[in-house]
Design a protein around this ligand. Structure first.
Ligand code: ADE
Length: 421
């Protein structure tokens, strides 16, 4: 088992502190919320378990929770996304408990989840539903388990897992689906994933995107973002999609749309963002060109069939950090970040400016759960509309942007069925 002792390293922690400050200066909405939290202490004395990517932006969220009087306890939501300098700074500069180390194996990953749950958090925050799912698995075997008041969920994949618990009537406490807030997915999933995915690919490979054929699997908010950014860099973009409406949208957005089987022999770079398993499989690897790059930006490392890739390959070697070369019948396929989230494994995740919106939703949803959990059912709830709108308003305000306000006459017109021309 890998230990987390290195996170106490001093130079690592001073570097982490400077990087956290960089993020802090780009998250003005969360800063405003933190100012109020500091005065009002709305989460005083609460243990909050956070299974999130351990990045500088998450550090800013943890500081907001601490300012609110809570005791945040952190573990990673992905074994490759932890920024060790950030974890070190959180522990030694800010006194926040972190159980995470970059590259941790499966056993360590789950022992860190256990370490967070051992503190009996009353609220949990997930990015991918690992805390919720661990609690639910335990509750199946132990009826005396202490359940949290509620949870929040950051990502599309986590919300899908939670909705399936809800559908089967197995959800044991209320959950707020932060991902469903408009100020979350319209910005984080689209602009955050879009930019950071291309960032991860470029940092890992230094590949020229202009003129290359980029195949993007999935045209949800994340896929749309990646497609826009790839096109912006000069790529010829192909979309693969199973949902007819989204496929049609991709066509009208000006992309070529086709099945993966047809895209496989023509693509230079493949990016999966679907949330589902086995999107690129052995039949596709076999027909790919020499020197193609494949990567995933969906939550779990299941979208590229890694077992199939290993089976089909005659050899495998590391070429540079986080770039593995597989040989298939004399052709080379390069896999980035072990098939895990390329934007976090090979880069730093979404920029702070967009995480400002996502984590403002997290902080305010946490406060909402504290105040309302007794009146909530065991269901998956959206972030209340007023919170979502307030965050948009605050962000515009922080950006120095003002907008028009409806006149009384306009309000009356727009809400009346009588008025026509
Ligand atoms: N998910 C994607 N990017 C992230 C970031 N920078 N911090 C935390 N979670 C993220």
């Amino acid at each position: 088992m890998k230990t987390a002792s290195s996170i106490r390293d001093l130079s690592l922690s001073s570097q982490g502190k400077k990087r956290i400050e960089w993020a802090l200066n780009r998250m003005p909405v969360l800063e405003k919320i933190t100012e109020r939290f500091t005065k009002q202490k709305p989460l005083k004395g609460l243990n909050i378990g956070c299974c999130l990517h351990i990045t500088t932006e998450t550090a800013v969220l943890a500081l907001a929770l601490k300012a609110a009087g809570a005791r945040p306890i952190l573990c990673a939501s992905n074994p490759l996304s932890t920024q060790d300098d950030t974890a070190a700074a959180l522990v030694s500069e800010y006194g926040i408990e972190v159980f995470a180390i970059n590259g941790e194996d499966n056993e360590t990953y789950y022992s860190h989840i256990d370490a967070v749950l051992a503190q009996d958090p009353v609220i949990t925050m997930d990015d991918g539903a690992d805390l919720v799912s661990t609690i639910h698995k335990r509750a199946r075997h132990n009826r005396d388990i202490k359940l949290p008041w509620g949870s929040t969920e950051e990502t599309t994949t986590g919300v899908i897992r939670l909705k399936s618990l809800e559908r089967e009537n197995k959800l044991l406490y209320p959950v707020i689906a932060v991902n469903e807030a408009l100020t979350k997915h319209m910005f984080d999933n689209r602009y955050g994933t879009g930019q950071s995915t291309m960032d991860g690919i470029i940092r890992a490979t230094n590949k020229l995107i202009a003129g290359s054929t980029v195949v993007i699997a999935g045209y949800g908010w994340c896929g749309k973002g990646a497609a826009q950014r790839a096109r912006g860099l000069g790529a010829n973009v192909i979309i693969t999609e199973v949902e007819p409406l989204r496929a049609l949208e991709a066509v009208m957005d000006g992309f070529r749309v086709m099945p993966m089987k047809e895209a496989a022999p023509v693509g230079d770079l493949f990016i999966t963002l679907t949330g589902d398993i086995n999107v690129i499989t052995e039949e596709h690897f076999k027909v790919m060109k020499d020197k193609v790059i494949i990567c995933n930006s969906g939550h779990f490392d299941v979208e590229i069939d890694l077992k199939g890739l290993k089976r089909a390959a005659s050899s495998k070697r590391n070429t540079k950090p986080l770039v593995e070369e597989y040989m298939l019948d004399g052709k080379r396929i390069y896999l980035l970040g072990e098939g895990r989230l390329v934007n976090l494994a090979c880069a730093e995740g979404h920029p702070a400016e967009v995480m400002d919106l996502s984590f403002a939703n997290q902080a305010l949803s946490c406060e909402y759960l504290k105040n309302n959990h007794q009146n909530l059912e065991n269901r998956v709830y959206n972030v209340p509309d007023n919170i979502d709108k307030d965050i948009a308003k605050m962000k515009l305000g922080c950006m120095g942007i003002t907008i028009d306000i409806l006149s009384q006459e306009q309000k009356k017109y727009i809400s009346s069925w009588e008025e026509g021309t």
